[in-house]
Design a protein around this ligand. Sequence first.
Ligand code: NAD
Length: 257
Amino acid sequence: MSVEGKTAVITGSNSGIGLGVAKELARLGANVVLNSFTDTDEDHKLAEQIAMETGATARYIQADMSDPDACRALIEKAGQVDILVNNAGIQHVAAIPEFPVDKWNQIIAINLSSAFHTTAAALPVMRAAGWGRVVNIASAHGLTASPFKSAYVAAKHGVVGLTKVTALETAEEPITANAICPGYVLTPLVEAQIPDTMKKYDMDRDTVVRDVLLDRQPSKEFATVEQIGGTVAFLASDAAAQITGTTISVDGGWTAL
Ligand code: NAD
């Protein structure tokens, strides 16, 4: 069994990894539900474009993943959800004593609690259908830490823990739950950090990429959104039916160090 004909809900998917995963799953024949907190013409056009290019059904549903009720409403509005990809996430960088409390709360809500709420709403739907896949986009920071990223690292470690509990609660059913732990992926979010870092360290772009961004990524290459999409598709395939409660690193060797 492949993802063909399955319905995938991908949170935070009007940009970056989420959008890449949605495109890859649609290319492989899944119907996709895109999401973010905005509700613009461009958001809906992204879904139309995916549908046009792949022949899959693609919808955009607005829902703010910092709001528990909205997380649950997203699943309800989607109707069917065979593959749930919890991807929405934000970052803030500051030392612990200076870390703004509102940023801490927002990161925990969007990067961690949203996955709990969507999973809680999706599991009964998956059980009724007799099949399901939960794929949480964690991070290399779900397995290791960096200074100044307290909320992000705590949330991503939490996502890995939530993944394990989801797997245990569904272990005897045809439902799996796993986390993907990407290293650096060249998304608009990461691309936007390059000019400032060039200025800060007086470095050219290649040096910033190699010595700052990819410092901890031994391959010295970014992972791609297509590779993350392919990993989601693998986790949704029959070959992965006994893979549950684990993490798959897509990090060029970061966590091997
Ligand atoms: P991105 O900023 O391009 O995408 C984040 C997505 O989340 C966007 O679609 C954004 O609209 C959405 N989002 C933000 N706040 C939201 C909210 N309140 N409600 C709904 N949607 C919201 O960043 P990305 O790099 O594609 O990151 C996607 C995920 O991958 C995140 O969870 C991130 O932590 C994780 N990740 C990224 C990298 C990387 O190097 N880019 C590495 C490891 C993990």
